[in-house]
Design a protein around this ligand. Structure first.
Ligand SMILES: Cc1ncc(COP(=O)(O)O)c(C=O)c1O
Length: 384
């Protein structure tokens, strides 16, 4: 029985299934454990720096000329993005399972840095799989991971981006029974999408309390960028039940949907199986996965988490996309207007929110998940 309509599931070889069942069993235990929750929240508060602020972006609001725009400042977390919330949760679980080695994939390098960081914190060996192209695009994060004592495995097959890094991490997992695979997005076979959501839903839970305290009401809309979908599902989960709150997921439209050079799996409307899950995937007529393209390494993924596929299919969340050039413009704009340099991934959501704000009244509120900071993207921006 799948959790997300026809999407999700666990399409993996038998030897992996048993190991995933082991993780699932432990995850079911910690979900209910008060002791685990206390430990997880301790590290989120004292190591990550939560709760992250919900900031009224007054200058951006004036510029957009519509609803008040608030930013959920995940960029202020230790290591610079939302990825650390999930990395803390999963490493605490791996520790309980007695695992001595962690592997992870990374695109933008943010999940790699978050994983390397928590491995240093808990003195666990760490190997990060990263595509050749992403190593070039995200040099600063590569150097940070090395400094943290992590081994980087360069993935050279295919386009050398996130999809191939996940492929290789899964192969390594099949061949090494003592490792724990710390997946960085709400993707993969069960129980990963649910587990990543569990560790990221704090974003939306905090946001809801903060907006009620600051504005005395719920927002009209919530916006988040979507690579695999972890910051978005983390932000959306507590709002899904609020029927009057519109939810928007923004994928990377790259050079434009019609050029085929994009990373907007939801715009393709073809269902397939990849990385152990059934979901919307960019694929050709023969079902072969197409290469994704986005200027932003963290959005450069040809699929989407299964819960997003489900929420999109039932119409609860609207999925749209923003082109590279518009994301770069938003990157520069937020820096200039608010003194906040956003990650290129988050810049897609910022760009989308500027148009969206105009559709609402001035007293209305929209909230954007600012999933990370843009320091890692400076070299790339300068090279344009
Ligand atoms: C700052 C930032 N935002 C967003 C993403 C996209 O990932 P997800 O869709 O899982 O939130 C990444 C991925 O690396 C990222 O680094």
């Amino acid at each position: 029985m799948k959790k997300y309509g026809e999407f999700g599931g666990s399409y993996v070889p038998q030897e992996l299934k048993e190991r995933l069942d082991e993780i699932k069993k432990e995850f079911e235990k910690i979900k209910k454990s008060k002791e685990f929750k206390k430990e997880y929240l301790y590290y989120l508060k004292h190591f990550v720096g939560r709760p992250s602020p919900l900031y009224f972006a007054e200058n951006l609001t004036k510029y957009a000329g519509g609803a008040k725009i608030f930013l959920k400042r995940e960029d202020l977390n230790h290591t610079g993005a939302h990825k650390i919330n999930n990395a803390i949760g999963q490493i605490l679980l791996a520790k309980r399972m007695g695992k001595k080695r962690i592997i992870a994939e990374t695109g933008a390098g943010q999940h790699g840095v978050a994983t390397a960081t928590v491995c240093s914190l808990f003195n666990i060996e760490c190997i990060i799989f990263m595509g050749r192209e992403d190593i070039k695009r995200q040099r600063v994060n590569v150097e940070k991971m090395k400094l943290l004592g992590t081994e980087i495995k360069e993935v050279t097959r295919g386009e050398g981006t996130l999809k191939e890094a996940v492929d290789e991490a899964f192969e390594y997992l099949v061949n090494n029974s003592d490792v724990f695979y710390l997946i960085g997005s709400a993707v993969g076979p069960e129980p990963y999408p649910e587990m990543v959501k569990f560790f990221q839903k704090i974003i939306g839970e905090e946001t809801k309390k903060q907006i009620k305290a600051q504005e005395g009401k719920l927002p009209k809309a919530v916006v988040a960028c979507v690579g695999g979908g972890s910051n978005a599902i983390g932000m959306f989960t507590d709002f899904v039940k609020e029927k009057d709150v519109e939810l928007f997921g923004v994928e990377g439209a790259g050079l434009g949907i019609s050029t085929g050079k994009h990373a907007a799996a939801m715009q393709n409307n073809t269902v397939g199986i990849m990385h152990g899950m059934k979901t919307f995937i960019m694929q050709d007529e023969e079902g072969k996965v197409k290469e994704a393209y986005s200027i932003s390494a963290g959005l450069d993924y040809p699929g989407i988490g299964p819960e997003h596929a489900y929420l999109g299919s039932i119409g609860r969340v609207k999925y749209d996309s923003v082109k590279d050039e518009d994301a770069v413009e938003a990157f520069k704009l937020l820096s200039r207007l608010e003194g906040i340099i956003p990650a290129l991934e988050s810049s897609h959501a910022i760009s989308y929110s500027i148009d969206l704000a105009k559709k609402y009244d001035k007293d209305d509120v929209i909230i954007v998940c600012l999933s990370g900071r843009g320091d890692k993207d400076m070299e790339q921006i300068l090279s344009i």
